[in-house]
Design a protein around this ligand. Structure first.
Ligand code: HEC
Ligand code: HEC
Length: 443
């Protein structure tokens, strides 16, 4: 009986899916949903129903909710006017992704046969009208003109599996979009004066800063401290991290700003500029966060009936925690070497003292000083606790393109292991280092 009722819950959850904005969802997401439902068998039906609803609602928010941020990106910065001039080729080149499941079959066929003009900005608008550009929503008037634009979490924290063509495929939620050139996209905004005013610089400087980020990076602290560059002159932007594999992990972001719901509220209010409430008096520290303190970013208040963020936080959190890190594909690492490498990780490499399996971060306050990991403290000092968070290592294989550590300073996993070997004087042999790298690739 319980089994049957749980299946009914499953059916209800599946039936709810089309409401999230897609006619059908036959791709891997649907398969994930079936897996989730199968795993829920045996759970109290009411609990399973709540969980299924949270996952569906949270996914909807993660993929499609702008939180009203079109008032900023479109109405104020006029980003839509810049985007309207961009061809699909250029859009794909700056790392925007296209959700193939949002494209009608006829359009898929036209695309396959080269009958779609990928050099025409009109095609970009058509894709936006279909809600097919991952993490970006165009708002259109009755005449079909784009009048505003908003962004979603999925812009940075989803990619596609390229199953249709490079940059076009099924959504992969939680994966860092390593191709996304956020700076190049924001530069398309026709009115960057409000950003210049906020940072007390001119528009030319804003454009220079945006150009310095490069693909796969964004500077979440720029609007707080106004520091675009490190002392060595390189960009202060950090890598976009994955948003999967976070369940059980205490502190989040590279520098441990807080919990997942803390950071979700932070991003939705302060980075995306949605309409909500946000409280963090740590941002009143004018010496550390001059821009945030001046603008009272730690005290964002919106009346409850207009708050488009707070009511979404619970399901959004739940959905993120439901995103497990994907397993490394067979053949992407050497199995035998990885097994040897696990012993190095847990033994002479001393990695497991901080990256405690199976979370691969510490249970408890998972934070370290810059000296603990042998790097400079510039980025750590831009955060409240002035430390780096021990990165949870699951799914490392999905984000190897832009390097490792918060700023991608180590180009390869071999470089990471060499760093620890030298800095900590571990005395690992070349064979041990090789095996350790294969293990990291297998996580
Ligand atoms: C413009 C790109 C961008 C957008 C949009 C964005 N993020 Fe992020 N996200 C980042 C970057 C960059 C970081 C790392 C910030 C840092 O460490 O300072 C991050 C960090 C995170 C983390 C911490 C991950 C970890 O390893 O602990 C979570 C969780 C997260 N984002 C969730 C979200 C959610 C939810 C949304 C939508 C409400 C969102 N992000 C929107 C770029 C983005
Ligand atoms: C003292 C605690 C500590 C020890 C010991 C340690 N790590 Fe780390 N690890 C960290 C911290 C903190 C970071 C985040 C650094 C940053 O964000 O710049 C990190 C980051 C990493 C990353 C980058 C993850 C990413 O997403 O870019 C890898 C890979 C890694 N560690 C592997 C290892 C290996 C392999 C060992 C053993 C040889 C090891 N760590 C030992 C604390 C530790």
């Amino acid at each position: 009986m319980r089994y049957a009722r749980t299946c009914l819950v499953a059916a209800v959850a599946l039936a709810a899916l089309p409401i999230v904005g897609r006619a059908a969802d036959p791709g891997p997401a649907g398969a994930d949903q079936n897996k989730a439902i199968a795993a829920l068998r045996g759970v109290e039906p009411s609990t399973a129903a709540d969980a299924a609803k949270m996952i569906v609602d949270g996914r909807n928010t993660f993929r499609f909710d702008t939180f009203g941020d079109e008032a900023f990106w479109g109405d104020t910065l006029q980003l839509h006017q810049g985007v309207a001039k961009v061809s699909p080729k250029t859009a794909l080149a700056v790392g925007l992704k296209v959700d193939v499941d949002a494209l009608p079959k006829s359009l898929q066929s036209d695309l396959r046969h080269g009958r779609v003009d990928l050099d025409s900005p009109a095609t970009t608008l058509a894709l936006l009208r279909l809600n097919a550009v991952v993490g970006v929503t165009g708002f259109f008037d009755r005449g079909g003109n784009m009048k505003s634009i908003g962004i979603q979490c999925a812009l940075c924290h989803s990619t596609v599996d390229n199953s249709f063509a490079p940059g076009i495929g099924h959504r992969l939620d939680g994966w860092a979009n390593q191709d996304l050139n956020v700076g190049a996209i924001v530069s398309l905004a026709q009115n960057l004066q409000p950003v210049a005013n906020l940072l007390h610089v001119d528009v030319k400087t804003v454009l220079q800063v945006l150009a310095s980020w490069g693909p796969g990076k964004f500077d979440a602290e720029l609007f707080l401290d106004g520091k675009p560059f490190r002392p060595d002159g390189k960009t202060a932007a950090t890598l976009i991290p994955p948003a999967f594999g976070l369940a059980g992990v205490n502190m989040h972001t590279w520098t441990g700003w807080g919990s997942v719901p803390y950071w979700n509220a932070f991003v939705a209010n302060l980075e995306m500029h949605g309409k909500g409430n946000f409280f963090d008096p740590r941002l009143d520290d004018a010496a550390k966060f001059p821009i945030a303190a001046e603008n009272k970013f730690g005290h964002v208040e919106t009346p409850p009936d207009q708050d488009r963020i707070t009511p979404k936080l619970a399901a959004l959190h739940f959905y993120q925690l439901s995103l497990a890190a994907p397993a490394a594909p067979a053949g992407s690492f050497d199995k035998n070497a990885a097994a040897q490498g696990e012993a190095v990780f847990n033994g002479p490499g001393q990695c497991a003292t901080c990256h405690v399996p199976p979370l691969f971060t510490e249970a408890g306050w998972n934070m370290h000083t810059a000296e603990d990991v042998g790097i400079d403290d510039f980025q750590a000092l831009r955060s409240p606790d002035e430390r780096y968070r021990t990165s949870p290592l699951k799914g490392l294989w999905t984000h190897q393109a832009r390097g490792f550590y918060h700023d991608g300073r180590f180009a390869t996993l071999t470089d990471v292991v060499e760093h620890y070997n030298t800095f900590k004087g571990l005395g690992l042999t070349p064979a041990q280092q090789h095996d350790l790298v294969e293990y990291l690739k297998s996580l």
